[in-house]
Design a protein around this ligand. Structure first.
Ligand code: SAM
Length: 397
């Protein structure tokens, strides 16, 4: 087992994702996956190494720049992960490219390096796709921090693969090495994604790929926000569901207000695919535009009357409010003066002062034991001097 030099990976950054002293671009599990896979990667046929769920590029850059893999195909659910990989690879390697989870990514793959996702459904979907498209001799190096690994994950993997070996632990990390894909499981005995569920209380089908927040279920915070959406400004013409997940908020708005133009936007590939499927399942595809974007980067200034947001408060595995703050700032830029941001959050999070200062006057709409919904009104920017107040025009110089 060749050891991958630490120094080269240490220079990787999370940018443009949130950076903070307690948030890291590379962890011990990245290094262990690369070390365990090093001989297999080094002897893999050209173009047959695939990386899935790389956080910020450590696995892809490690495989290409340190282990000599060529034409490395990469899937990252998070758009910021893609951007970080691209920034980190600049000047280091040109042998990595991003593709959606599916045929083009995995066809003929002989080695897959995988950061084990925390969601079992996501692991299930990924394993199913590997079995469906990869070379029958594929070896998967699936690693993670021990605190995030569980025996249930082994059970998910052995539903799809005939053999599972476990590496020795190192720096609180482990790698599950799986091989012998079970062709039969690609058909009937595994879930077909997106899964879908009809919710009577919403009157909606909800569709979910494995990695999406809450799966096809209705999150309790989302439910509270849905319960008060009747109260959003009646004259809104354009609305954005920021961080749309399965698209429940966008679909609810579009259905209840036939003249509203709705955008559902999320940085997660699984969320975007799920939102698209939800709109299609409910006959709302022509009412809701679904976009993959980091925050609201692609939305023009002062272009929306209404934004609804159930913000993430985890950055990866770490609780961190930096991301919500960034989404609030995006909302402030994109809302028209007088436009509204409706937000739901865990009541223990002290978001209200931030909302007051970043967006404008904020009122509590409803609160239960766990969640709070607020409505913030975009303040009208300070008026430019008018002829009446402009000292020049009054001859007071
Ligand atoms: C708490 S979930 C809410 C999902 C959905 N709105 C709901 O209520 O069920 C937060 C969503 O924000 C998305 N998200 C996280 N970071 C983001 C970013 N930088 N830009 C856009 N969306 C982001 C996540 O992918 C996730 O779908």
């Amino acid at each position: 087992m060749q050891r991958v030099p630490d120094i080269d990976l240490d220079r990787l950054r999370r940018w443009p994702d949130v950076e903070a002293p307690n948030l890291f671009a590379v962890d011990a599990s990245d290094r262990l996956i690369l070390d365990e896979a090093s001989d297999t990667v080094a002897s893999a046929p050209p173009g047959s190494v695939v990386v899935i769920n790389d956080h910020y590029g450590a696995l892809a850059i490690g495989a290409a720049a340190h282990l000599g893999a060529t034409a490395v195909r990469v899937f990252q659910d998070a758009l910021v992960g893609e951007a970080a990989l691209s920034a980190n690879a600049r000047g280091v390697t040109t042998e990595v490219r991003n593709l959606p989870l599916g045929r083009e990514l995995l066809l003929g793959a002989t080695v897959v390096l995988l950061q084990v996702p925390r969601s079992l459904a996501e692991l299930d979907e990924i394993a199913g796709e590997i079995v469906r498209w990869a070379d029958p001799g594929v070896v998967v190096f699936a690693g993670g921090r021990i605190k995030h690994l569980s025996l249930t994950m082994n059970a998910v993997l052995t539903k799809h693969f005939g053999r599972l070996d476990v590496s020795l632990a190192r720096q609180k990390s482990r790698v599950l090495i799986v091989r012998e894909p079970l062709a039969a499981t690609s058909e009937s005995s595994v879930l077909q994604f997106p899964v879908r569920e009809y919710h009577d209380e919403l009157g909606l089908w909800v569709c979910a790929h494995g990695a999406v927040f809450a799966g096809a279920k209705l999150d309790l915070g989302t439910r509270l926000l849905v319960s008060v959406l009747d109260g959003v400004r009646a004259d809104a013409v354009t609305a954005i569901d920021l961080g749309s997940g399965t698209g429940i908020l966008a679909a609810t708005l579009a259905r209840s207000r036939p003249t509203l133009a709705v955008i559902a936007t999320d940085q997660s590939a699984a969320a975007v695919a799920s939102s698209l499927a939800t709109m299609q399942a409910n006959g709302l595809s022509d009412r809701v535009t679904v976009v993959r974007d980091d925050g609201l980067r692609s939305q023009p200034d002062a272009s929306a009357d209404l934004i609804v947001l159930n913000p993430p408060f985890h950055v990866g595995a770490t609780v961190h409010t930096g991301l919500a703050d960034r989404l609030f700032r995006d909302a402030a830029r994109v809302l028209r003066p007088g436009g509204e941001l409706w937000t739901v959050y865990n009541s223990h999070l002290a978001y209200r002062p931030t909302l007051e200062s970043v967006i404008g006057s904020t009122r509590e709409v409803v609160r239960n034991t766990k969640f709070t919904v607020t409505s913030s009104r975009r303040r009208v920017p300070a008026a430019l001097p008018t002829s009446a107040s402009d000292p020049d025009s009054r001859g007071e110089r």
